[in-house]
Design a binder for this molecule. Structure first.
Ligand SMILES: C[S@@+](CC[C@H](N)C(=O)[O-])C[C@H]1O[C@@H](n2cnc3c(N)ncnc32)[C@H](O)[C@@H]1O
Length: 211
């Protein structure tokens, strides 16, 4: 069954893939996000890593460069094609697959660490709950999720600012929010300091809501 357009696609009137058609997308900074580089340098990624909404793959490729097995998924075929050709050029082994974050059962695997860089904040409240349920279906208790999203603490906030309350509401039941740290996320349209962001560190606990 074809996927339904997300709230973001309904709002823009464009499928995600269109963002990758005319040159680099606004978030495509031709390198990993500094926050992701720091997590990797500190050994924060372990086991099989999932990059959710990987785009053209810079973060996934950076994690793979650290020697970890990585799967990146996205709905944008153009971005995935670019990610695969970068992996080939750099001699890095990353599996880039087409998948919908709101229907992850098809991945057929579980992951030790999940990175979400810029995907969570594109969803509306109901999609976020659905997404988090899907994340539970591809992780085991003890898995760690990092969410890097625009924050609502201005000035110069990004297009989908998220509050701490919204983060807590989404990861409610079966998850332990270990930290919500003020961060910066870099884009092509914010200055050299990037935009205000949250880096959310979440662990899956053994108890899941409804079980
Ligand atoms: C803001 S971009 C961030 C891309 C990448 N993580 C980065 O940092 O460059 C959001 C990405 O999520 C993808 N995306 C949006 N909705 C999705 C969904 N339902 N399932 C999978 N990917 C999705 C988009 O195609 C886009 O590549």
């Amino acid at each position: 069954m074809p996927r339904q357009p997300t709230s973001h696609e309904r709002m823009t009137g464009q499928p995600w893939d269109a963002s990758y058609h005319d040159g680099p997308a606004p978030w495509d900074i031709d390198g990993p996000q500094p926050a992701v580089m720091r997590i990797a340098a500190e050994g924060g990624f372990t086991g099989l890593v999932l990059d959710a909404g990987c785009g053209s793959g810079e973060n996934a490729l950076h994690i793979a460069h650290h020697g970890l097995p990585v799967v990146g998924f996205d709905v944008a075929e153009t971005a995935l094609a670019r990610a695969r050709s970068k992996a080939a050029e750099r001699g890095l082994q990353v599996e880039f697959v087409t998948a919908d974050a709101l229907r992850l059962d098809g991945l057929g695997r579980t992951f030790t660490t999940v990175l979400d860089c810029g995907l969570f904040h594109t969803f509306d409240r109901d999609e976020r709950r659905e997404y988090v349920t899907n994340l539970a279906s591809v992780t085991e208790p003890g898995a760690r999720v990092y969410v890097l999203c625009f924050s609502d603490q201005g000035p110069d906030t990004g297009p989908h600012p998220v509050s701490q309350d919204e983060l807590r509401a989404a990861f409610n039941g079966g998850w332990d929010i270990v930290a919500i740290d003020a961060e910066r996320v870099h884009t092509r349209f914010h200055g050299s300091h990037g935009a205000p962001a949250w880096l959310v560190t979440v662990d899956r606990t053994s108890h899941l809501a409804g079980t």
